[in-house]
Design a protein around this ligand. Structure first.
Ligand code: ADP
Ligand code: ZN
Ligand code: ZN
Length: 723
């Protein structure tokens, strides 16, 4: 008996598709994958349902070409989660499944876990084994399941010949075993936790087995990671899995290594530095319950777990949790939804919590856990503002800052200089005719990159050769203004010529391992200057950095984006948190051309919490997010005005329905032209969530059918983080 299978496909259409299957009904289950014909192509889809009849007559239905999975593939919980995501973010279901699956599985790979040869003890040796052989045998005694050659190699170097000899004597035996991550064979001693850490852990553990959300607000270096690890220990001992989300930063190794060295557990990692094959294996290990701890970036929030016990979101304020194209989901929101459904606790951790999360604490929806002191005797650095002066300063470095750098280097300490712009300088201009190097595709200036002798647009990626003379008037002297990491690097190298200057930004870390190698060098602890962007601000634990300098921090103070001050406060707090994390105390110097600005006084005297509290009050008063419920329609098109016209039509459609939802706009985007497209947006604000979603549901189909909608691109963004 054949049946009808409803399938979700990765295509922008907001619908599912029915196909005929020769297999009997009982061979199908929702969540399985199947190969189906679609137009002239072959696609892989996910089974949503098995139906007795279709609304489409059977002779018009195409046949499924191949059933990929013979057993269930995606657990019911993930099926429901993805369907919820599709409804909540108003995004086509097939594309939501795309986001949820590792690439290899998306492309139809088998869902069998990879196996490996494991070596285990078999019988007591007759002859006395050699030294290395004895070491191997001693270790294997602790691992009745055996260890892989890879794991033994990490410990003892080349072990091939030892293994062969031992196997020939039947002292050890080989068997195929699911390939697990290499265990850490030398666990570190646990630190003794302080009272605040202990209390935080107890409060979370008290909510085991039920939904409860926590904000772990701990200042930088207060030992949040240690708290996560101890909470994980308890869950792992109970055979419950923990999903840990971390931001997308170059270096997650440090974080993962601390987990590996503290817990005897199977820890898998799912992020962009992991190969597709390893990602697939990690996902399968999580699904099978064999992975105890899953650490991953944004999309790891969709990882299935057999025995889920807890979720943790580290640096919950980080903007990389929000996907800004395609399925515009926020991993924090998805995680919260998932924890609720699974009925398990969730911990959001940060030194600089987002206003969204602080708002939830205020509304008493999250329990607040606080770590107010630096752990292990380290103290918070002393923070000072220094007045910058464009004309007097040496390439953007004031003499106060330079002298201070000198002092710290003389003590053989490290200095970290933070500057939020890569490249050499953000402006190139001609003094004769006032020509400026602008991007031809964006409302933006081209940035000078001297190392590569090029101009780059940081918005669309346009690359040009650095002109030697003015393209307008031919004058041969072009001047660059402002500072970027390259210029600071160059200036410092000139001043401190015997001290290594390490530039850490997206340009210098493109090669595989470049970042890891620099971090290794930094951790050796010689005097050095680190110059870097955001990448350096986030989460690193460099023990020898005693001075942090912030160069050119002012831009955000005058930004048109209402979230800019929140971001600046977070950034400065995070960067200053990089100083004095070890035994040596630290100092922070912030260079500003506006040292009198009330923002600085507020931040330096009262701290992040006070500034966040003020900003939140302001937002509530002005009815801006996180107050209320928001959505934004975005449109872009090559023709000027088309995006605005399209959104005008969307606004008219929405206004046909009587609704309490406010429609604001359309207006051109802050940077109207980007990558050759003109962009506009239309805001929706509602006092309640349901009305907002209802109104979108009522009209989104009609929007997608608008003539202009096919000429330009459009999208809807729920809970936007950029307005
Ligand atoms: P955070 O994640 O809050 O920035 P970490 O967990 O990285 O803080 O801790 C900062 C440093 O303090 C780390 O080197 C960590 O090993 C150490 N540490 C954390 N808790 C303790 C403790 N209770 N006693 C001693 N050292 C600690
Ligand atoms: Zn000119
Ligand atoms: Zn551009």
């Amino acid at each position: 008996m054949s049946c009808i299978v409803e399938i979700a496909l990765a295509c922008p259409l907001r619908q599912t598709f029915d196909y005929l299957s020769d297999e009997p009904v009982e061979h199908w289950q929702p969540g399985m994958r199947a190969v189906i014909p679609f137009g002239s192509r072959q696609l892989i889809g996910i089974v949503i349902a098995i139906k007795p009849v279709s609304e489409i007559s059977t002779d018009k239905l195409k046949k499924i070409e191949q059933q990929i999975d013979k057993q269930s593939f995606l657990p019911v919980e993930i099926m429901q989660l993805v369907q919820w995501v599709s409804r909540y973010y108003h995004h086509p279901i097939g594309e939501c499944f795309q986001a949820a699956l590792p690439k290899k599985l998306r492309l139809g790979d088998s869902d069998e876990m990879q196996t490996e040869t494991y070596w285990a003890l078999q019988q007591i040796p007759v002859n006395k084994p050699g030294k290395k052989q004895q070491q191997i045998l001693d270790l294997l005694e602790d691992y009745p399941e055996g260890l892989s050659e890879k794991a033994l190699r990490v410990q003892f170097g080349n072990v091939k010949s030892s293994l062969t000899t031992l196997a020939q004597q039947n002292v050890i035996t080989a068997r195929e075993h699911v390939a697990l991550p290499v265990p850490c064979l030398e666990l570190q001693q646990t630190v003794s936790l302080n009272n605040e850490q202990k209390q935080s852990i107890e409060k979370v553990l008290a909510e085991k087995g039920q939904f409860s959300s926590f904000l772990l607000h701990g200042i930088t270096g207060s030992g949040k990671t240690e708290v996560y690890i101890e909470i994980c220990r308890e869950f792992v001992e109970n055979q419950q899995q923990v999903l840990v989300l971390i931001p997308e930063i170059g270096l997650t190794t440090q974080f993962v290594e601390r987990f590996r060295h503290s817990l005897a557990a199977n820890i898998v990692v799912i992020n962009s530095s992991v190969s597709d094959a390893d990602r697939k294996q990690a996902w399968l290990l999580a699904r099978s319950g064999k992975a105890d701890i899953i650490i991953g970036t944004r999309s790891a929030v969709f990882t299935p777990m057999l025995n889920p016990g807890l979720m943790i979101i580290d640096e919950e304020h980080d903007s990389s949790y929000k996907q800004q194209d395609g399925l515009r989901y926020h991993a924090r929101n998805v995680a919260l939804m998932r924890a609720k459904t699974l009925n398990i606790p969730i911990v959001l951790g940060s030194a600089t919590p987002s206003l969204e999360t602080l708002y939830q604490v205020k509304l008493k929806r999250y329990q607040l856990l606080k770590l107010t002191k630096r752990a292990g005797g380290a103290t918070l650095p002393n923070v000072k503002l220094i007045a910058a002066n464009k004309t007097a300063d040496n390439n953007g470095l004031s003499s106060v800052l330079i002298n201070s750098i000198k002092k710290h280097l003389q003590q053989n300490h490290q200095v970290l200089l933070f500057i939020n712009r890569r490249g050499f300088a953000p402006v190139l201009m001609c003094h004769e005719c006032n020509w400026q190097a602008n991007c031809r595709s964006c409302d933006a200036k081209m940035v000078v990159h001297q190392h590569q002798n090029r101009l780059f647009c940081h918005h669309c990626g346009l690359i040009q050769t650095l002109p030697k003379k003015c393209p307008e008037c031919g004058h041969s002297e072009l001047k660059s203004y402002g500072v970027g990491t390259e210029k600071i690097e160059q200036a410092l190298t000139a001043i401190f010529n015997d001290i290594p200057v390490l530039r850490i930004d997206r340009d210098s870390t493109q090669r595989v391992n470049a970042f890891t190698n620099m971090v290794k060098q930094i951790n050796q602890g010689q005097a050095a200057i680190l110059v870097g962007t955001q990448m350096l601000a986030k989460g690193h634990d460099f023990h020898d950095v005693t001075l942090v300098g912030v160069v050119d921090a002012d831009q955000a103070l005058f930004s048109a984006d209402f979230r800019a001050t929140e971001g600046l406060a977070q950034l400065i707090t995070q960067v200053t948190g990089r100083a004095g994390r070890g035994k040596k105390s630290g100092e922070v110097l912030i260079q500003s051309e506006q040292p009198e600005h009330p923002f600085w006084k507020n931040l330096l005297q009262d701290g992040y919490e006070a500034i966040a509290e003020n900003l939140l009050k302001e937002r509530i008063q002005m009815e801006l997010p996180p107050h209320g419920f928001w959505a934004v329609w975005r449109a872009e098109a090559q023709e000027a005005d088309l995006a605005m016209q399209l959104l005008q039509q969307v606004a008219e459609l929405l206004q046909q329905t009587a609704s309490p939802v406010m429609i604001l706009g359309p207006v051109p985007a802050l940077m109207e032209k980007r990558a050759g497209r003109y962009r506009a947006q239309l805001l929706m604000r509602s006092a309640d969530r349901a009305s907002l979603h209802q109104l979108i549901d009522q009209h989104i189909e009609a929007v997608s059918k608008l003539k202009l909608a096919r000429k330009g691109r459009w999208s809807i963004d729920i809970d936007p983080t950029e307005l």
